[in-house]
Design a protein around this ligand. Structure first.
Ligand SMILES: [Fe+2]
Ligand SMILES: [Fe+2]
Length: 189
């Protein structure tokens, strides 16, 4: 008997979305293998705010993907590819892998491990194994919106104009951060 999606582990849910929306792409298998080895599925998403528990990064990425699919139904995002929306959502915070560590009191800390920046780091790490589309690259790079590079408002505006997926992903991320974790969102990622 098939298991209900809601009853699956968060890792199984992530992999189901992965297989459905990007699993057939060249390099997707290698990227997934690297993510497993690097600890993506055990990583938190923040030190003390949303997803600040083992597996939190996977759960946050899933929440962003669900929000992204909802937003795809809005007229403003007519034409945005659902495959690209889910791919960008599942990979937008990939740069956090390997950046969290626990102290003796079991509290998480964050040390930037890659030296690649936030959104740019996720794009770079993913593309070591699998090509992202132009829209996915732009959306992941700018997913922090104005919280990322406040001095680059002009570049952000250009990204939003040419790439509706960038606007969609930013809002899906904000919704997940503030409304989907059972806690008041305070830590932006
Ligand atoms: Fe982020
Ligand atoms: Fe995020």
């Amino acid at each position: 008997m098939e298991q209900n999606f809601e009853d699956m582990s968060r890792k199984a849910q992530y992999k189901l979305l992965w297989d459905e929306y990007l699993g057939k792409r060249e390099g997707a298998k290698k990227l997934m293998e690297w993510m497993e080895e690097a600890g993506f599925f055990e990583s938190p998403a923040s030190t003390k705010y949303h997803g600040s528990y083992p597996g939190g990064l996977c759960q946050h990425s899933l929440n962003v993907a669900f929000n992204a699919l909802d937003l795809c139904s809005l007229p403003a995002f007519e034409g945005v590819s659902r495959n690209e929306a889910v791919t960008a959502a599942l990979l937008h915070d990939l740069c956090k892998v390997g950046c969290y560590w626990l102290d003796d009191n079991r509290r998480y800390h964050y040390t930037e491990a890659w030296g690649l920046g936030h959104g740019t780091g996720s794009v770079t790490l993913a593309q070591r194994y699998m090509k992202l589309t132009d829209a996915e690259q732009v959306a992941i790079r700018w997913h922090m919106g104005m919280y990322g590079d406040a001095d680059k408002a002009g570049e952000l505006a250009s990204a939003y104009k040419k790439c509706p997926l960038a606007m969609l992903l930013h809002h899906a991320d904000m919704m997940a951060t503030y409304y989907c974790d059972g806690k008041k969102g305070m830590g932006l990622v």
